[in-house]
Design a protein around this ligand. Structure first.
Ligand code: 536
Length: 361
């Protein structure tokens, strides 16, 4: 038995293995609606054997979309098409998760393959909001409007409504996107937050937006279902957030009802020169957070091999591995990993429609 294929239980939800499909933006929606592309993209990876499938960063409000093609859950009409996807994921043995997000100053951008830059106002771009009127820079030079306290309440309420719609759609796991330089991370990081009110300055003030959002969402997201957050735990930059303060933040989020932290990093400024890229480079940091904050953790980034994932779960005690690009290369990565690791689940992971034929080799 491989550790990677051990069941995991968080609250009332059981995961068949430790392999998660990381939320991956598809830039394929119109007015936020998920469509056949999302159904096939996500459905294929449930059929491929993942234990958890997390729907891409899905905007809580229209202006919170990274691009006009982002998925969104800011209308009641979005619930039905997401419901179809969630239902299929569950039918094929995966836990159905969704990440809800607001892009802050990084919103209003073109798709990556159409420039990845801010869209001009006369070409369908929109005004962005953020903690402070400071631009990201580089390809995203638009200066956001500094949010009023009323704007902050509105966005917190948008997260709550998005959580309620996610529940109505049948999702069993909700991830708050608190990473990658989007709105929540912009509040957390002194590199983006220059406020002088109760939402900026001290650690307490910089985490206030995340804490209040977490607390408000937890009130509507059932206790029996996992509520998790993806967090950039370090900015890899002088003056940015550090692993040490992120450990304190995770402890507080846990006290407010966080069930697992999805450990990520960076992207609050265009300078990515200090990221120490390498296979599984976030694993030691995630292990440390797991130990010091005493909370289940997921970790991603440069995890590609079955034996590597097995070691991360088995030796490093990481609860879930978040795979992204590797699962684009091979939607059957979980099945192939079970075969490589000699786990008996290799015989049962594929759906009945395929299993007999594949076994009869
Ligand atoms: C980080 N990104 C994260 C995104 C979308 C754009 C890219 C998100 O959280 N919605 C990333 C950087 C480099 C390579 C892959 C992903």
């Amino acid at each position: 038995m491989a550790a990677l294929f051990n069941e995991l239980k968080i609250k009332d939800v059981s995961f068949r293995n430790r392999i998660a499909v990381a939320p991956m933006c598809q830039y394929s929606s119109d007015n936020g609606f998920p469509n056949d592309w999302h159904f096939v993209h996500l459905g294929s990876r449930a059929v491929g054997g993942a234990g958890l499938v997390v729907v891409e960063a899905t905007a809580v409000s229209a202006e919170g979309r990274i691009s006009p093609a982002d998925s969104g859950i800011y209308l009641d009409e979005h619930v039905e098409p997401f419901g179809r996807i969630a239902s299929f994921l569950k039918q094929h043995g995966a836990v159905a998760g969704i990440q809800i997000a607001h892009a802050g100053r990084k919103a209003s951008a073109n798709k990556p393959w159409e420039g990845d830059n801010h869209i001009d106002s006369d070409k369908g771009g929109w005004d962005t909001i953020a903690p402070s009127a400071v631009a990201f820079g580089a390809n995203l030079p638009k200066v956001p409007q500094a949010m009023s306290v009323q704007d902050i309440s509105r966005i917190r309420e948008a997260f709550v409504l998005a959580a309620q719609r996610s529940l109505a759609a049948g999702f069993e796991l909700l991830e708050l996107h608190f990473a990658h330089g989007y709105l929540a991370h912009e509040f957390y990081s002194p590199l983006a937050n220059k406020r002088t009110d109760q939402y900026g300055g001290s650690f307490e003030n910089r985490i206030r937006f995340m804490m209040e959002t977490m607390e408000a969402v937890r009130k509507v997201w059932p206790e029996r279902l996992p509520l998790i957050a993806r967090l950039s735990v370090t900015d890899w930059d002088e003056g940015g957030v550090t692993v040490e303060e992120s450990i304190e933040l995770v402890k507080r989020l846990k006290a407010a009802g966080l069930d697992l932290v999805d450990v990520s990093q960076g992207f609050v400024t265009p300078d990515i020169s200090k990221i120490p890229w390498g296979p599984g480079f976030m694993v030691p940091i995630a292990s440390r957070i797991r130990k010091e904050a005493d909370i289940p953790v997921a970790v991603g980034w440069m995890i590609s091999e079955a034996d590597q994932a097995e070691q991360i779960v088995g030796q490093e005690s990481i609860d879930l591995v978040m795979l992204a690009r590797e699962l684009l290369r091979d939607p059957y990565w979980p099945y192939h990993a079970a075969v490589k690791l000699g786990d008996p689940k290799a015989d049962t992971i594929l759906p009945v429609q395929y299993a007999r034929a594949v076994r009869a080799r």
